[in-house]
Design a protein around this ligand. Structure first.
Ligand code: F3S
Ligand code: F3S
Length: 102
């Protein structure tokens, strides 16, 4: 799967959303998240992000490793709607967004 990492926080450019053929990039308050079970690894989102926030999971820089779990954990209560466009924005972000840096 692909993962959205820290550079998206407070930017939310959303160019990625327009590229995704399966509508699996969901909106939070301060960043967006890729549903790990819905992403089909097409890779279309990665080159269009102006701040290089999107990575294939194997290429995720180590300093942002926590974002791999974050992109999955935000969906634990939601399940797999299969439609980001009709899912309301999350009311809270994953704790990784607000947690102090180690
Ligand atoms: Fe964020 Fe980049 Fe998409 S800033 S919303 S990952 S285009
Ligand atoms: Fe969509 Fe990007 Fe995956 S465009 S299918 S989230 S690689």
């Amino acid at each position: 799967t692909y993962v959205i990492a820290a550079p998206c926080v407070d930017v939310l450019d959303k160019a990625c959303v327009d590229e995704c053929p399966v509508d699996c990039i969901y909106t939070g308050q301060r960043m967006l998240y890729i549903h790990p079970d819905e992403c089909v690894d097409c890779g279309a989102c990665e080159p269009v992000c102006p701040v290089e926030a999107v990575y294939y999971e194997d290429d995720l820089p180590g300093r942002w490793e926590g974002y791999r779990a974050a992109n999955a954990e935000v969906f634990h209560s939601l399940g797999s709607p299969g439609a980001a466009g009709t899912t309301p924005p999350f009311t809270t972000d994953h704790p990784i967004v607000s947690a102090p840096r180690p």
